[in-house]
Design a protein around this ligand. Sequence first.
Ligand SMILES: NC(=O)C1=CN([C@@H]2O[C@H](COP(=O)(O)OP(=O)(O)OC[C@H]3O[C@@H](n4cnc5c(N)ncnc54)[C@H](O)[C@@H]3O)[C@@H](O)[C@H]2O)C=CC1
Ligand SMILES: O=C([O-])CC(=O)C(=O)O
Length: 357
Amino acid sequence: MQPSGAEVHQRIARISAHLYPSNPQMGDGSILERTNCRAKGGAAGFKVAILGAAGGIGQPLAMLMKMNPLVSVLHLYDVVNAPGVTADISHMDTGAVVRGFLGQSELEGALTGMDLVIIPAGIPRKPGMTRDDLFKINAGIVRTLCEGIAKCCPNAIVNLISNPVNSTVPIAAEVFKKAGTYDPKKLLGVTSLDVVRANTFVAEVLGLDPREVEVPVVGGHAGVTILPLLSQVKPPCSFTHEETEYLTKRIQDGGTEVVEAKKGAGSATLSMAYAAVKFADVCLKGLRGDAGVVACAFVASQVTELPFFASKVRLGRTGAEEVYQLGPLNEYERIGLEKAKKELAESIQKGISFIRN
Ligand SMILES: NC(=O)C1=CN([C@@H]2O[C@H](COP(=O)(O)OP(=O)(O)OC[C@H]3O[C@@H](n4cnc5c(N)ncnc54)[C@H](O)[C@@H]3O)[C@@H](O)[C@H]2O)C=CC1
Ligand SMILES: O=C([O-])CC(=O)C(=O)O
């Protein structure tokens, strides 16, 4: 029997409400003309939210996550332009269902039920600024978003990209502690761009394909706190002192190199989206229960005397299930580690104090 006109309207309204739960204006009558209204959408997979999805990182990150077969539902949240980015990305013929959420009043809808939350919300650097100069504005943004996570999806894995990561991760930890939801395994500061850069620059020097190179980068994510362990590069190789100095400095200053090249138009966005997706994919594979999933991240740690430190971690069903020791360091790296720890201690304390005081 053919459905009645009223039944067809009801069916479309249901689909529209499913796709745009808190943006009814995005599911207006125009959907009547669409031919895909019987789409099931969302095969088995994970639910992922991106907070800051309309930004320089957020947009390519959203596009790449829409292409990830492990993602069944993708929520795009921002305080501006989320509907436009959502409409655009939702036309991609990949499995994930995309939904947009605009502004603080829709944060709850964006977060409820999520398995993984990726946060690239916040202002980027301009030439002459340090990442710490972003603290004033980004600290408050991260606090608000993490309060939402504690309330709506306290079990989600959080990938925190917003700078200064060395302080925003401690901020997030304090917010979760206050809310009684803190699970150190689930809070990961994203340092994968440092690894991506290190692999690229080391491959250039060695004349190798970057896909064959693995460089552990430990410490934190700002200047001297970024510590590439060139003595542990795979495949095993050695560097002259000059090469070590050149590579260490280039990896540590990679972000500044992009900020200066962009001349005031922001910082790394495309390589960051790539690195964030690589890292998110590793987190999702861990959640799925894949064995031997390892990546570098800035996490709660007992590897040094500091409460947070970036190093290799093993991702599993509950997040960062194992944090690896640093392994043997050479003299150059030992000196670098002391410098890194000094700056890191201050940045971590600044983040903690922001919430406690
Ligand atoms: N961890 C890392 O390796 C890297 C971190 N970053 C950092 O990522 C952050 C974002 O960089 P871009 O995307 O280039 O900046 P952007 O300015 O292009 O985008 C940021 C987005 O965040 C949104 N936003 C602002 N306040 C918000 C709030 N309260 N809730 C939700 N969204 C909000 C803005 O509307 C904007 O769309 C910066 O802090 C930057 O320093 C950038 C590159 C690498
Ligand atoms: O340098 C910046 O401000 C952005 C960033 O963290 C990076 O590119 O590593």
